[in-house]
Design a protein around this ligand. Structure first.
Ligand code: S5P
Length: 262
């Protein structure tokens, strides 16, 4: 696929139903913004999702940082996803052998596979991690992103590691629909990966803990990525989350429109 195709055109190229529906949703909602909702209470997470809901295509959670997690939180987030028309991405970053990740994905306190449309995994264990997650996720119509690169300073995910990750994604295309990546990679015949990029912020460059933030236009227009993942730029201290979410939605969407018309 080419970076100049619309999300809607690209939705037709996907066999995975969630990837297809996600690309359609982005076009319908005119949003390529994912909120990284890294807050530690159930009430704060629900409030943030409700306020930013009108502007986002994807709510990205770290469910294990919520102090008072319970099934009602999942029910409320799922209801908000319906109300505002967004999907849910539990940023679990699985990193174990196939048999273990199957259990971590399906069971335990969080039962991630039962509610999260999209999740992600590191490829450090080799392809067994994809096989394990796929056994659980595919029958539920879920899909997976692979971490091909990271946004943090000094990341080891680069070079051969990234290239092998791309090859693994090609091998399991029915389930692996894209990457966490910092740039779009060269396509091979038949590729259509969804690129989601964290480390996006318009007001600051770093957080003092290795995070590096880029402007949405650089990410979507210059580097060809599809979804901007924004956390503290939206809900950080003193910010109005709805106002900031709107600002990031507009910046991300106008960079996309500019890209597809180049
Ligand atoms: O390489 C990465 C991958 C991810 S998924 N770098 C990241 O920062 N992330 C996640 O994106 C991270 O876990 C956090 O939830 C979000 C970035 O948040 P922000 O507050 O720095 O915008």
């Amino acid at each position: 696929m080419s970076a100049s195709m619309s999300y809607l055109e690209r939705s037709k190229l996907h066999s995975n139903p969630t990837a297809k529906a996600f690309l359609e949703l982005m076009e319908r909602k005119k949003s390529n913004l994912s909120l990284a909702a890294d807050v530690t209470s159930k009430a704060a997470l629900i409030e943030l999702a409700d306020k930013t809901g009108p502007y986002i295509c994807l709510l990205k959670t770290h469910i294990d940082v919520v102090d008072d997690f319970d099934q009602d939180l999942v029910d409320q987030l799922t209801a908000l996803a319906k109300k505002h028309d967004f999907m849910i991405f539990e940023d679990r970053k699985f990193a174990d052998i196939g048999n273990t990740v199957k259990l971590q994905y399906s069971s335990g306190v969080y039962k991630i596979a039962s509610w999260s449309d999209i999740t992600n995994a590191h490829t450090v264990p080799g392809e067994g991690i994809i096989q394990g997650l796929r056994e659980v996720g595919l029958p539920l119509n879920r899909c997976l992103l692979l971490l091909a690169e990271m946004s943090s300073a000094g990341t080891l995910a680069k070079g051969d590691y990234t290239n092998t990750t791309i090859e693994l994604a090609r091998k399991y295309k029915d389930f692996v629909v894209g990457f966490i990546a910092m740039q779009r990679y060269a396509d091979k015949e038949g590729d259509d990966f969804i690129y989601m990029t964290p480390g996006v912020g318009m007001d600051q460059k770093t957080d003092g803990l290795g995070q590096q933030w880029k402007h949405p236009r650089e990410v979507v227009y210059d580097l060809g990525c599809d979804v901007i993942i924004v956390g503290r730029g939206i809900y950080g201290q003193g910010r109005d989350p709805a106002k900031e979410a709107k600002r990031y939605q507009e910046a991300g969407w106008s960079a996309y429109l500019e890209r597809i018309s180049k």
